[in-house]
Design a protein around this ligand. Structure first.
Ligand SMILES: Nc1ncnc2c1ncn2[C@@H]1O[C@H](COP(=O)(O)OP(=O)(O)OP(=O)(O)O)[C@@H](O)[C@H]1O
Ligand SMILES: [Mg+2]
Length: 340
């Protein structure tokens, strides 16, 4: 049998040569290649809906009462997406020390916003959502009579050895504009799917907190809920050794396209509706597929991951949802899925 020469035969002498030229380092820094941004942004937010939800969550955390999203009709070389809010805005310092700081935990500044909203963000990566769908982000923000503008270009970052080598210019000018932030996403991914505007509206309304003082408009039309006809029931239960869950479910008059229970934390959907593996064939008249609802389960907050406990939480919440879904009875009536 022919054997290839092993690298071990030549490696020691080569190593000896290279190490004698330079002393081996005794200290080192962790470096981030610019590709990390792509991994974080692309991996987590690779669809338009996910990216918009993430960027709109930032507007919610900034206490905006209105978010205006403008989508193009088609993806072309010149088309862009705009997300503008009337939140607290960012000063040049905020952009430098908060916006551009990856992994910063904003909840260390407080659990609630000045308006009293429970802060959603915690991981300090949500702004990278833009890179899931576009290559160039232009951020304009107004705060304290100053307009700040910063442009982040993925192609330019890639020319640098580490992320920190990329120096960003924060352009500033006095401004009488009211506080807020405008994000523009340019050079949209050519393969990006553009779902219908109506489905984007429903998605955003569904996944973000349904607060009375928070409206999201897509191309001038406010996001709103799907009306589900059926009977609504409240959920309030204590899952032993885990925590409390609150919410509701509707036994709808007809089978639902996305049946099951969704899970919210701090008002934001963290788990899409699921029937938790329930065998729908064992339930007459497709009853299980007529159930839609959601539970608020604050113990799922990603800020407090306790790995072994997390498995227990998931198991208990799953058992709870399964039991609830399998116990439901078919009823009729009319109600609205979401209430403000
Ligand atoms: N629309 C906005 N208005 C005001 N400040 C913003 C806005 N978007 C982002 N910021 C600031 O930039 C920071 C970074 O945002 P990013 O979404 O990356 O992280 P996060 O929201 O803190 O956490 P997460 O990764 O969980 O979303 C925020 O904490 C906030 O200080
Ligand atoms: Mg965020």
């Amino acid at each position: 049998m022919n054997r290839k020469p092993t690298s071990a035969a030549t490696a020691p002498s080569e190593r000896a040569v290279s190490t004698s030229a330079q002393a081996p380092p005794t200290t080192a820094y962790i470096k981030f290649s610019p590709r990390i941004l792509e991994h974080l942004g692309l991996a987590a937010y690779n669809s338009l809906q996910k990216a918009l939800a993430e960027l709109t969550a930032n507007s919610y955390d900034a206490d905006a009462t209105s978010v205006k999203i403008t989508l193009p009709d088609a993806i072309t070389n010149d088309s862009f997406i705009e997300i503008e809010d009337n939140g607290l805005g960012m000063s040049p310092e905020d952009i430098a020390h908060k916006f551009l700081f990856i992994g910063r935990n904003k909840r260390e500044d407080g659990q609630r916003t000045p308006r009293g909203r429970l802060v959603i963000g915690s991981k300090g990566i949500g702004k990278l959502a833009g890179f899931g769908i576009a290559s160039r982000l232009e951020i304009t923000s107004w705060k304290g009579g100053v307009q700040s503008l910063v442009v982040i270009d993925r192609d330019k970052i890639e020319n640098f050895h580490t992320v920190s080598d990329y120096k960003l210019e924060i352009q500033q000018a006095p401004s009488v504009h009211s506080p807020g932030t405008k994000l523009r996403l340019f050079q949209l991914n050519s393969g990006l799917a553009l779902p219908t505007q109506e489905s984007i509206r429903r998605h955003l309304f569904r996944v973000l907190p349904a607060a009375a003082n928070f409206t999201i408009c897509v191309n001038g039309i406010e996001c709103s809920a799907e009306d589900v006809q059926g009977v609504r029931h409240a959920i309030a239960a204590k899952i032993p050794k885990v925590g409390s869950v609150k919410g509701f479910y509707i036994v709808a008059n007809a089978r639902q396209p996305r049946p099951g229970l969704a899970v919210r934390v701090r008002g934001r959907i963290v788990k899409e509706p699921s029937l938790y593996g329930l065998d729908t064939r064992t339930h007459g008249f497709f009853t299980a597929e007529k159930v839609v609802g959601e539970i608020n389960a604050e113990f799922f907050d990603p800020v407090n991951p306790k790995p072994p406990f997390e498995v227990l939480l998931t198991q208990r919440a799953t058992d709870f949802s399964k039991t609830l879904l399998s116990c439901n009875a078919s009823m009729s009536g009319r109600d609205s899925f979401y209430r403000k």
